[in-house]
Design a binder for this molecule. Structure first.
Ligand code: ADP
Ligand code: MG
Ligand code: ZN
Length: 720
């Protein structure tokens, strides 16, 4: 293990990042002191690093408990791409493969081992754990998504309850629990259920400083509204809807409108869901239309916007879901479509609940959502207040701060409205009152004799929508009372009378058109930077597809953006970019620097090419090619170059695809080549993982990789 002077150096070396996110450094220090820890950070706050870095800096293996297979896979992929020894064991792995992984662990090649809780607590695995503890050592247990241990959370998992056994069996090994749950009750539960001993509790701020929050009044033609919204956005987005039916409808409509979108909800088969999820994560599709069933397993860092098409039922849920935007720290947008119609629907639904207490809680929770949506304050102030934080406002990155709602004096209208409430003897709800004010010919009006009231027809100058807005606002400001019996009858109160007596004016915040966020760093890029960024994204996608990982495993958007801005001309400059660690320089440095070089030439941009840089660019491939031409076998080349065999295959694949003369027949049996080509043609797919799945164990990834490269080359040049 290399020695580091500071934690920051270690961070840069392994993960490529320049700076810690708020809280990370202190947490890591406590972890290194072998304390039990409870880490509470918002979604996207950077919790994983809080156990990953200590795992690398301590002797032994860190055991990471994670509730979902997709989460394990994702984290392990990312770690491995950073050259870090990580693996997972769960029910999806075959027995021989498990044995193989166990051997690697006992051989000391693994620093992080991810397991599902039920696996962890099986007798067999506990036996294996004893062996690790005795031979290699266990540096700590990290329990991710620790709220799953609590009944009070939203993802309770019985298996998590058994985890106390770990504490009993290994009393001396520290336990780290991590969650994004904000409620006290769950926090207390975690400490008790996991048996944490005098834990250091780190509660990070829930403020996500890169997210733009906005409320958009949901229009009647809400689908068109959504479509226009999406057409203006770039990058991946999630559209949350309440019902499965809406999810299906919206996804289909978007597809018809040529937006690449897929649905996700609990009514679909597991297979279909995981297929759609993978396509979203790998950037094969831009938009995921989903119910809240879509979420926890998603670590995709480059989601650029999250839209709530329907009103959420509680603010904590909303914050978690919208928090899936912009985990990479880049600008991202959280938009909530708000309509009174939706609100009514939910209220109606709540009113059907038979249990009094449940109904009360549901109403209170919904109230918080409405306070958030209708408030004129900084959105951050409102939502952080809900989490018990004081935020003084003026964030400059929410609709209320960037584009305050104009306040209009509607005192006269309010007087008309309230006097109508009085004339109708405080026995009616908003709809009826508006009918009276607008002089409706509705039968009901005549029945009650309301067509002869003095307020009948005095409000034709305002639309029903405007009257509704006024009514809502009056209720909201406490200028009129509303009954809670489900009929929502309006009644005058002290303040209503003050308005009627002209002792009080009424101001209404009128909705304005959605504005664009005005943050300084919001994707304002120079044209050429944007072009290069696109180009690097494509390169990233093809590299990621070659090995079957999500593109963000290779590099985050934020890192590509820096590359596009800085245009590094050699590996050293490349390595200085945030997000480029030691292993990424080796793996991708040459390819990316070359691509950037080509781009600069094409567009005649300065890259201040130094003498040695062209050599650096092609060095790694040229060297492999040279050895290959000297007749060395791949194992020898790998040995001499101190690279893995698989890396050499990747080099050869690149060399093949760039047209170097490499005899494929010597590397892959011709009969096997034919079979691979047949599958490529049949499935029209060159994703290695998919191909491997069809071709089976008789074919290695390396072989498939080479044939794919050859095929790509063939299909890109005209036949002679
Ligand atoms: P959480 O588990 O808290 O929701 P993650 O651990 O998944 O968040 O981290 C979110 C994203 O932030 C990841 O893509 C991770 O690579 C990135 N990240 C974490 N720490 C840093 C850092 N110090 N600098 C830059 N990016 C970071
Ligand atoms: Mg996490
Ligand atoms: Zn604000």
């Amino acid at each position: 293990m290399p020695r580091f002077q500071t934690l920051e150096q270690a961070l840069k070396y392994y993960f490529g990042y320049d700076k810690f996110r708020p809280g990370q450094e202190q947490i890591i220090e406590s972890a290194l002191q072998n304390r039990d820890l409870l880490v509470i950070m918002p979604t996207g706050g950077g919790k994983s690093l809080c156990f990953q870095l200590p795992a690398l800096m301590k002797p032994g293996v860190m055991i990471v408990v994670s509730p979902l297979i997709s989460l394990m896979q994702d984290q392990v992929d990312s770690l491995r791409d950073n050259g870090i020894g990580a693996t997972f064991i769960n029910s999806s792995i075959s027995l021989p493969e498990i044995r193989n992984r166990e051997e690697n662990i006992l051989a000391g090649k693994i620093k992080l081992l991810y397991v599902a809780p039920e696996k962890l607590l099986s007798d067999k695995f506990l036996g294996f754990l004893d062996m690790i503890a005795a031979n290699i050592g266990v540096s700590a247990f990290a329990v991710d998504e620790a709220h799953c241990v609590s009944h009070w959370g939203h993802d309770f998992r019985p298996e998590y309850r058994q985890m106390i056994q770990l504490r009993r069996r290994y009393p001396g090994i520290p336990l780290l629990a991590l969650t994004a749950t904000a409620t006290k009750r769950v926090q207390v539960d975690i400490v008790e259920q996991l048996g944490l001993k005098k834990p250091m509790i780190h509660i990070a701020s829930f403020n996500r400083t890169n997210l733009y929050y906005e409320i958009v009044p949901k229009e009647r033609r809400s689908y068109e509204q959504l479509l226009n919204y999406i057409r203006k956005e770039k990058g991946a987005g999630i559209i949350y809807c309440t019902s499965r039916k809406t999810v299906d409808e919206i996804a289909t409509s978007l597809q018809n409108d040529r937006i690449s979108a897929l649905p996700y909800h609990a009514g679909m088969s597991d297979e279909e869901r995981s297929k759609n999820q993978t396509r979203f994560i790998r950037d094969d599709v831009q938009i995921m239309v989903a119910t809240v069933a879509f979420g926890m397993g998603i670590n995709k860092p480059d989601v650029r916007f999250v839209v709530h098409y329907d009103l959420p039922r509680n603010l904590e849920g909303y914050y978690q879901e919208s928090g899936r935007a912009g985990r990479d720290g880049e600008a991202a947008k959280c938009t909530l479509f708000f309509s009174f119609g939706d609100l009514k629907k939910i209220e109606h639904f709540i009113d059907q609940k038979p249990d009094d207490n449940e109904r009360l809680i549901a109403r209170q929770q919904l109230r918080k959502v409405v306070d958030y949506a209708e408030g004129n304050e900084c959105r951050r102030t409102i939502v952080l207040r809900y989490f018990g934080e004081v935020y003084e406002g003026n964030c400059g990155l929410c609709d209320n701060c960037c584009n305050p709602q104009p306040q209009e004096d509607w005192t006269v209208d309010a007087q008309k409205f309230l006097s109508c409430v009085a004339r109708c003897h405080e026995k009616f709800g908003v709809t009826h009152l508006i009918d009276v004010l607008r002089g409706s010919k509705n039968k009901k009006i005549e029945q009650y004799g309301h067509h002869s009231l003095s307020t009948y027809g005095i409000g034709k100058d305002r639309t029903p929508e405007q009257w509704k807005l006024l009514a809502r606002s009056l209720v909201h400001q406490g200028l009129v009372d509303e009954s809670h019996d489900g009929y929502r009858i309006l009644k005058l109160n002290q303040k209503s009378w003050e308005v009627l007596r002209k002792q009080r004016s009424v101001f209404i915040a009128v909705p304005r058109k959605a504005a664009e966020p005005v943050s300084e760093d919001t994707n304002i890029m120079m044209a050429e930077t944007e072009l290069l960024f696109d180009r690097l994204r494509r390169l990233r996608k093809s590299l990621a597809d070659e090995v079957g990982v999500p593109p963000y495993v290779v590099f985050h958007d934020s890192t590509l953006k820096l590359m596009a801005q800085i245009r590094p001309k050699n590996l050293q400059e490349f390595g200085n970019i945030s997000g480029v660690g030691q292993s990424k320089i080796q793996k991708y440095g040459a390819i990316f620097v070359a691509e950037i070089g080509n781009f600069c030439q094409e567009y005649d941009l300065p890259q201040a090419i130094t003498q040695e840089s062209p050599k650096v660019l092609s060095n790694t491939y040229a060297l492999t090619l040279q050895y290959y031409q000297q007749g060395l076998v791949i194992e020898e080349i790998a040995l001499r170059r101190n690279l893995t065999i698989s890396t050499i295959y990747t080099h050869l694949a690149r060399l093949i695809s760039t047209g170097e003369s490499i005899d494929l027949d010597k590397l892959v049996l011709p009969a096997k080549q034919m079979l691979v080509l047949k599958v490529i043609k049949q499935t029209d797919d060159i994703n290695l993982v998919n191909l491997k799945e069809i071709l089976g164990d008789g074919f290695s990834y390396d072989e498939i990789k080479l044939v794919v490269a050859w095929w790509k080359k063939q299909s890109s040049c005209p036949k002679k």
